[in-house]
Each structure stands twice: as structure tokens, then as C-alpha cells.
Design a protein around this ligand. Structure first.
Ligand code: GDP
Ligand code: IMO
Ligand code: MG
Length: 420
């Protein structure tokens, strides 16, 4: 049996915190896609830590953490992360496993990401520059190197071959930065990676499930950044949706039980691309401040706006969401009125569907307005403690998306979550 937790917006919905909250109910937490572009924030004993590639169950002793084949792995950042979680008492040699089929991000992938973004100029994706796009291109282009290849003598020869190919591509971009320091770090990190638990991930997870173990798949990014269904081309390079769980871990669809979708009580996006409910005014600025909306991976300010039910409905449909967690509800404490986007006006006509190419059409959001609650909610423990106007806001969203909001997160702390 496998449950899924994933983001329903453009990432940073609070997946890390929520996975950490649910982790005690599971035996295995498995990342199925993405890589160090993710930044999942957790509070362990009141102290903040940001995880990029290590699954968010790592701080629970009994929980096994699996990095699945759908992930693209940067050995350098993984080594740093392993050292960081060790300082918090986690022992990755005991409770973390990596699939042999996981593709490696090479230093030249990072260089190619940077070169490609520079060439795009104003049209850039605003990628995290972690080499994600180029690494997935080498996967689908059937050139990439995988974690299992590290155990083979031919690794260095194959690395050199691919590196030469990348050099020709970098030359054609006119990219001439010296990346020898990156390569030095990479080979050091690869030696470290070889010492970790490297397994046949698909057998590993299926054998555990056959023995009755419960798995939670942890998504990275968000549904609107999905390579197929997101706001292409302003997306990431993996399937961030439920479908990605099957190919990213090697599990059959019948094994999937609940799909827990996470949405903020409002909406954010980092990087370029369409964002119909974005606020360019002082309310947007105030949301950024109240929600501390700065990227956990890159530190970039996140673009902020109102919750978008057109996008949320779409994400629930694509993912088969069974329950929703609404995070950062406390951030709206001081905002009134609140707007909820219920439709888009595209070229004057109202629709409740996501247009094929959101960048080419003019989208005007249609809003329903709600009074705010103007009271602090970060101390609420039970549904009865929540203000009536927050309940009204949530009921409206429930009704519009047809999936129940079952939990409301009201602060970054582990225990700041209310079950409805
Ligand atoms: P992720 O990528 O989906 O794991 O989310 P990030 O960690 O990138 O961003 C979420 C941010 O919001 C982090 O700084 C969290 O500590 C914080 N956060 C999560 N849930 C809540 C919440 O309910 N209220 C508040 N105020 N902050 C939250
Ligand atoms: P988590 O897991 C928010 C965005 C980037 C850029 C686009 C492509 O923390 O929610 P990439 O480096 O993947 O090629 O960048 O996707 N992006 C994210 N935005 N949260 C993330 O991860 C993201 N990972 C990538 O900003 O717009
Ligand atoms: Mg994040």
C-alpha cells in the first residue's frame, strides 16, 4: 500500500512539514522525482533544516527513506545534506537507501543549465540552476549515468565520454567558465555516495510492500510545474503528479491508496511563467512578508497571490486527490477581504479550465470575496478553535474542488496542524 503527498500549486506548499507530520504512520518515505531543485523545510526540536534530496522522514528512527529511480541526484549536495542531517542525529547509513536506477547530475549538467538559461535571456525559465533539465535530458536521451554505474569499473571512462559531449554543447553556447573545482567536489562526493546503501529500488519497495509495510511517496515541486500538465515551458523536467509515483519508484497503480494534495491558503510561484492570480501590489508584498515567502533552495523572493481554484481543480483531477491539506492558513490572519479565484476570463469569455498555452492568452481572474478573520490562529489546536470565517473560507473551497480539506496547517512547527 502506498499513499502519496504532493503539491497542487507551483511548489513550496509545505510538503516537507506535512510529510514529517505524517511520517510516524509509515514505514517508508520515498522520493519519486525531482532533485536538489526541491527545498523542503522541517523543524526538528524547534530548529530549522531544509532538505533537498533526502526524504522528509529521515528524522524518524523507525522510518526507511528511499531515493527512487525517478529522482536526479546531485552527489555533492547529497553529501552536504547527509552531514547536515547527521548534526540533527539522523543516521543515513541506517535509514536511507538509493535506487541504482537514479540518474546522476554531473557538474556539466549544472553548467549546461546555466548556459541554457543565459542564452534564453528574458525568456528564461528561472530554473534553480541545479542541472535538473540537462540531467533529465540525458535520461530521456539515453546518455545519462546512474547511481548503479558508480559500482562499475567503466564509470570514469563513461563519465569522460559524456563530459566531452557536454563540452561541445557548452562550447556552442559560448560558455567558458572554469568548472574544474565543481568536478573535484563531484569525484569526492561520488566516493562518498558509493559507501551509502545502494539498492534495486523497485525490488526493495515491492518486497517491503508485500511484507505489509506502508509507504508514503513524497512529491517535489508542484502539479503546475509538471512537465506534461504544468504551465509548459515554464515547468520542471519531471512528472510531479501521481503518475510519476509509478514510474519514479516502480510500483503498480493498484497499490496507490490515498493521494494527499497540499495547497497553501493562498498561492506562490518562484521563477518565470504564468500566474493568473499574482498580486503586483502592496497586498502581494504583505503576503510575501507575512508568509516569509523566499525560496528555500535559491533564496529568491516568491511571487504571491490569491488561491486559484481553476488550477486547484485541475490539479485534483490530474492527481486523483482524495484529501487536501491547506497550509499557511495563519499567514492570512491579518488579511481582509480575502479573494478566491473561481474562474478565468480568457479573451472576455469565462472558463473554469486551464488554457493550453497560458502565456499566449490574456487571463483575467474572476474572484469571490470573503471576510478575513483578523485574529491570530497559530495557536489553534482543534477545529473548534478555528474562527468561523476561516471555516467558511475552507467550506467554499471544499465545495468548489469536490475534495475535502482534512487538515489545516497553522504554523511551520511540527505540531501546528489542525484536523478537521
Ligand atoms: P515545500 O517545498 O513544499 O516543502 O515547502 P518549503 O519548505 O519550500 O516552503 C514552505 C515554507 O512555509 C517553509 O518555510 C515552512 O517552514 C513554512 N510553513 C509550512 N507550513 C506552514 C504553515 O502552516 N504556516 C506558516 N506560517 N509557515 C509554514
Ligand atoms: P519544492 O519541492 C518551487 C521551479 C523553478 C523554475 C522551474 C524550473 O521545494 O516545492 P528547475 O530547476 O526544476 O529546472 O526549475 O521550477 N522550481 C520550484 N519552485 N519549489 C520547488 O521545489 C521547485 N523546483 C523547481 O523556480 O521556475
Ligand atoms: Mg520548497
Amino acid at each position: 500500500m502506498i499513499d502519496v503527498i504532493l503539491g497542487l500549486q507551483w511548489g513550496d506548499e509545505g510538503k516537507g512539514k506535512i510529510v514529517d507530520f505524517f511520517a510516524p504512520q509509515y514505514d517508508i518515505i520515498a522520493r519519486f522525482q525531482g532533485g536538489p531543485n526541491a527545498g523542503h523545510t522541517l523543524y526538528v526540536n524547534g530548529e530549522k533544516i531544509v532538505l533537498h534530496q533526502i526524504p522528509s522522514g529521515v528524522f524518524h528512527d523507525h522510518t526507511i527513506n528511499l531515493i527512487g529511480n525517478g529522482v536526479v541526484l546531485d552527489a555533492v549536495t547529497l553529501k552536504r545534506e547527509c552531514e547536515a542531517v547527521a548534526r540533527f542525529g539522523a543516521d543515513v547509513r541506517k535509514n536511507m537507501f538509493i535506487s541504482k536506477r537514479t540518474h546522476l547530475i554531473l557538474p556539466t549538467h549544472r553548467a549546461l543549465d546555466k548556459a541554457s538559461e543565459m542564452q534564453k535571456g528574458d525568456g528564461k525559465i528561472g530554473s534553480t540552476l541545479k542541472g535538473i533539465g540537462p540531467a533529465y535530458m540525458d535520461k530521456t536521451g539515453r546518455n545519462g549515468l546512474r547511481v548503479g554505474d558508480l559500482l562499475d569499473k567503466s564509470f570514469t571512462t563513461n563519465y569522460i565520454k559524456l563530459r566531452l559531449k557536454h563540452q561541445r554543447m557548452l562550447d556552442s553556447y559560448g560558455f567558458n567558465e572554469d568548472i574544474s573545482a565543481w568536478e573535484e567536489e563531484f569525484f569526492e562526493a561520488v566516493d562518498f555516495l558509493r559507501t551509502l546503501n545502494i539498492v534495486d529500488g523497485e525490488y526493495f519497495i515491492n518486497e517491503k510492500m508485500a511484507a505489509g509495510k506502508k509507504v508514503l511517496a513524497e512529491g517535489a515541486q508542484g502539479s503546475m510545474l509538471d512537465i506534461d500538465f504544468g504551465t509548459f515551458p515554464f515547468v520542471t523536467s519531471s512528472n510531479t503528479i501521481t503518475a510519476g509515483v509509478m514510474s519514479g519508484l516502480g510500483v503498480a497503480p493498484q497499490k496507490v491508496r490515498d493521494v494527499i494534495g497540499i495547497t497553501k491558503a493562498y498561492c506562490t510561484r518562484v521563477g518565470s511563467g504564468p500566474f493568473p492570480t499574482e498580486l503586483h501590489d502592496e497586498t502581494g508584498e504583505a503576503l510575501r512578508k507575512a508568509g516569509n515567502e523566499f525560496g528555500a533552495t535559491t533564496g529568491r523572493p516568491r511571487r504571491c497571490g490569491w488561491i486559484d481554484l481553476v488550477a486547484l481543480n485541475y490539479a485534483c483531477m490530474i492527481n486523483g486527490v482524495t484529501q487536501v491539506v491547506m497550509t499557511k492558513a495563519d499567514v492570512l490572519d491579518q488579511f481582509s477581504p480575502l479573494q478566491v479565484c473561481t474562474g478565468y476570463k480568457v479573451n472576455g469569455e469565462e472558463t473554469n479550465q486551464i488554457p493550453f498555452q497560458m502565456t499566449r492568452v490574456n487571463i483575467e481572474p474572476v474572484y469571490a470575496s470573503f471576510p478575513g478573520w483578523n485574529t491570530p490562529t497559530d495557536g489553534c489546536k482543534t477545529a473548534a478553535d478555528l474562527p468561523e470565517s476561516m471555516k467558511t473560507y475552507i467550506s467554499f473551497i471544499n465545495e468548489k474542488i469536490g475534495v475535502p480539506v482534512k487538515w489545516v496547517s497553522n504554523g511551520p512547527g511540527r505540531d501546528q496542524i489542525v484536523t478537521l
